[in-house]
Design a binder for this molecule. Sequence first.
Ligand SMILES: N[C@@H](CCC(=O)N[C@@H](CS)C(=O)NCC(=O)O)C(=O)O
Length: 155
Amino acid sequence: MSEPVVVVGGWASPFVTRVCIALRLKGVEYEFLQEAVGRKSELLLRSNPVYRKMPVLLHGGRPVCESLVIVQYVDEAFSAAGKPILPADPYRRAVHRFWAEYADAKVAAPFTTSDTERYGRRRQGRCRGAGVRRAPAARGGLPGVQRREALLRWG
Ligand SMILES: N[C@@H](CCC(=O)N[C@@H](CS)C(=O)NCC(=O)O)C(=O)O
């Protein structure tokens, strides 16, 4: 029996959509675990402890992170299924990767609200994010962890 494929993500994320498209192109059946808005599940945090972002692909319980890495993994792990996603020619592969990374660089910013990045900027006093500055919890005088959790819930 083939190993189960699970996507951890949110329906509105273009990075998650990219992974789902790759799986569909390959005809791979998968389960979709929807992340709750504004919260990160234990499974997501455990599976992607470095970036703490979606999507995460779980294949037989093993996590693969970063949408472009996942697409390439899907292409290779399910090479027998469907048509190849990336071209075989190394030069054309490089061109495809270039545009995929270019698109990410242009699209990613509005979707990047990483709590670790935000927390890091706050600690360094460099945060110019209007959201963080206006957060009620930021003005409310909550101490330490409590304050950070309130900020994360708010943002
Ligand atoms: N480079 C990552 C970007 C993923 C990403 O930014 N995901 C967003 C959702 S669209 C996310 O998890 N944001 C939460 C956060 O930044 O904390 C990828 O390609 O997978």
